[in-house]
Design a protein around this ligand. Structure first.
Ligand SMILES: NC(=O)c1ccc[n+]([C@@H]2O[C@H](COP(=O)([O-])OP(=O)(O)OC[C@H]3O[C@@H](n4cnc5c(N)ncnc54)[C@H](OP(=O)(O)O)[C@@H]3O)[C@@H](O)[C@H]2O)c1
Length: 349
């Protein structure tokens, strides 16, 4: 039995790897750069495996003896496909920490393959989307007749390099909501709402978040919008992205923004993670006008990610997760997130 963490040398992969070692989880540290993962493995006294994802045969061979893969190498547009293919070939469970809508849709489409191979495919095991997915499932539980779901969050932390890079790559993608069960493309920053996530009313704007896929699979609610509470300048930036599409996607601007990110810190340091907190909110409505609102407070987003992703990986190692494409709340229960220290749920309004 072994858990292979791919992208173990990245900011979030390192947090999860260190926690796995501290808990005595049998872990293999993997990534595309031999030097980086070998140094990390020497420090943590674990085995390293270095491999890229270009060669399907070699990737499958690199998973020999692996029970569970936890993919922490993002942007996931380049890593999720090859790794899930390799997992299907060797029958290892696939987990990741993506929050990207298109990746989640692509992985949901592998449900039949995953069932046939007898493996679990469970993406989004971090801050995106564990707390919001549990909140969505709780809202549905309290209002089974819900037809509309709105989710909102405020991560309350600095972005890691990987998250910032992933956001830069996706900023030209426009917005998305779920309408009548179908993913519907809408303009970037499509709708603004004032929402009280627990520390007073704030303006929040729609983003094409992973919950558009996962909350639908978890609850079956056909209409879903996801909001992020951000300062006015960022809301304006999201709306401006509607008109700047081709410019945002242009190679020179992408290179410039990514090089700036690469020069910055890897992510929040230990003190920032310890004092940070995230807030989430859910509202379920039905056709009779009934409304349920819930709020959730969690520890800082990267800290929570390292806890939830590892806990899910341990459950996968023990063979406790259902096979096929799964969401966190479907696989682990809607109360899963409440089992972590510092997570509190409250009704709102
Ligand atoms: N769901 C959540 O709540 C959550 C939380 C945290 C992070 N994330 C996501 O996780 C990803 C990683 O974030 P991070 O902050 O840990 O980033 P990071 O510090 O930049 O680390 C990225 C890792 O991925 C590897 N990688 C990147 N592209 C690759 C490719 N094409 N092939 C193989 N390996 C590749 C990197 O390898 P090298 O070192 O060789 O470049 C590195 O190991 C981001 O997409 C981020 O948005 C999600």
């Amino acid at each position: 039995m072994a858990l292979l963490i791919y992208g173990a040398n990245g900011y979030t992969g390192s947090l999860i790897a260190a926690r796995a070692v501290a808990k005595g989880v049998p872990v293999i540290l993997a990534g595309r750069r031999a030097e980086a993962v070998e140094m990390q493995a020497a420090r943590l006294k674990r085995t390293a495996r270095a491999f890229g994802l270009d060669d399907a045969e070699a990737t499958a061979r690199a998973l020999t003896g692996v029970t569970v893969v936890l993919n922490c190498a993002g942007p996931f547009s380049r890593t999720a496909g090859p790794l899930v293919d390799a997992c299907l070939r060797v029958r290892a469970h696939y987990l990741d920490i993506t929050g990207e809508l298109d990746i989640l849709e692509a992985l949901a489409a592998r449900d039949g393959d995953a069932r046939a191979a007898g493996i679990t495919v469970l993406p989004a095991t971090g801050f995106d989307v564990v707390p919001s997915d549990c909140l969505a499932a709780e809202a549905k539980h309290r209002l089974p007749s819900a037809t509309h779901l709105a989710l909102a969050f405020q991560a309350g932390t600095r972005l890691s390099r990987g998250t910032a890079t992933t956001s830069i790559e996706n900023m030209n993608g426009g917005g998305a909501i779920r309408r009548d069960g179908k993913i519907t493309r809408v303009p970037s920053g499509w709708r603004t709402r004032t929402i009280d996530l627990g520390d007073g009313p704030r303006k929040a704007v729609t983003i094409p978040w992973g919950d558009i896929t996962t909350a639908y699979h978890s609850t079956g609610i056909p209409n879903i919008e996801v909001y992020i509470a951000v300062p006015a300048a960022l809301r304006a930036g999201l709306r401006a992205a509607r008109w700047l599409g081709p410019l945002l996607a242009s190679a020179p601007l992408q290179r410039l923004l990514k090089s700036r990110v690469a020069r910055g810190p890897a992510g929040p340091d230990a003190a920032e993670r310890a004092r940070g907190a995230s807030h989430l909110w859910a509202e379920a409505r039905d056709d009779a006008g009934r409304i349920v609102q819930l709020r959730l407070k969690t520890p800082e987003a990267y800290e929570l990610t390292s806890w939830t992703a590892l806990e899910i990986a341990e459950r996968a190692l023990r063979g406790e997760l259902p096979v096929g494409f799964q969401t966190p709340s479907r696989a682990c229960g809607r109360e899963f997130v409440l089992g972590f220290p510092g997570v509190t749920l409250a009704g709102a309004g």
